[in-house]
Design a protein around this ligand. Structure first.
Ligand SMILES: Nc1ncnc2c1ncn2[C@@H]1O[C@H](COP(=O)(O)OP(=O)(O)OP(=O)(O)O)[C@@H](O)[C@H]1O
Length: 231
């Protein structure tokens, strides 16, 4: 349903993505791995139109999105939860969610409070009074009530305590089970291996490996070769 074909993206003269291609199919959770600076965030930004690829194609459900404005891409249901979470710190948890609700979403407010009991407990707290893990949960919950047709997550577990990481893994599993496809940028390989159907590895703006979860697990040399990550 999401097909990225040979995209080239730049920051000014700096050629950051040098022909990235990937697909995310219905119901899949796909990870994008790679060292710092490999181009993972830029790939997500290119998909949502924050960075406009100068070459290549991105189709979502068959429609070309390169050249569209970010709001048009968002309206089609491509939702990015950025690394710095993008919540309104001066609003309460409940207000953050209420302004993101879109009728027709398969996730109601009640559904997301069910999925994130911590957010229900904190619903009257200001966004600025949340822990890092709670902010991350709120950012994902906001994306869900907005009715995403695909979710792009940029390093959701970064800097979080292991117990919160486990909670997020369970939540992502539920989201996957609901049928919403996910493209996950993640440095924590354990998280990726618990969730992913397929993996892509980026290096210097190019896809240097892709394979199924089983293929990836069967070949530890990939991890040693491409990832500065622990298994
Ligand atoms: N706004 C920007 N302007 C100029 N160069 C940038 C900008 N953002 C990122 N870059 C450069 O583009 C390259 C790819 O960065 P990107 O953030 O996509 O990598 P990443 O794989 O997501 O890494 P990280 O895990 O560090 O976020 C890096 O060399 C980075 O320095």
């Amino acid at each position: 349903m999401l097909t990225v074909t040979d995209i080239h993206s730049y920051y000014g003269k700096s050629h950051v993505l040098e022909g990235v291609s990937l697909t995310v199919n219905k119901g899949e959770l796909v990870t994008l791995l790679g060292r710092n600076g490999a181009g993972k965030t830029t790939t997500l930004r290119s998909i949502v139109g924050i960075v406009s690829p100068r070459q290549g194609s991105i189709t979502f459900d068959g429609s070309e999105t390169v050249g569209m404005e970010t709001f048009e891409i968002a309206r089609r249901g491509i939702a990015l939860v950025p690394e710095h979470r993008g919540i309104f710190r001066m609003l309460t948890v409940a207000e953050n969610l209420e302004i993101a609700v879109r009728s027709g979403s398969q996730w109601s407010l009640a559904d997301v409070y069910g999925l994130f009991p911590r957010l229900w407990e904190r619903r009257k707290n200001g966004g600025n009074a949340l822990s890092g893990g709670e902010q991350q949960m709120l950012a994902i919950a906001r994306a869900l009530v907005n009715g995403p047709r695909i979710l792009l997550l940029d390093e959701p577990t970064e800097g979080l305590a292991p117990v919160i990481v486990d909670e997020l893994v369970n939540i992502l599993r539920e989201i996957k089970r609901s049928g919403v496809p996910v493209l996950l940028v993640e440095q924590n390989l354990n998280v990726c291996r618990k969730l992913a159907d397929r993996h892509y590895v980026l290096e210097q703006g190019q896809v240097v490996y892709h394979g199924t979860a089983a293929e990836f697990d069967a070949d530890p040399t990939i991890r040693d070769r491409y990832l500065a990550l622990s298994a």
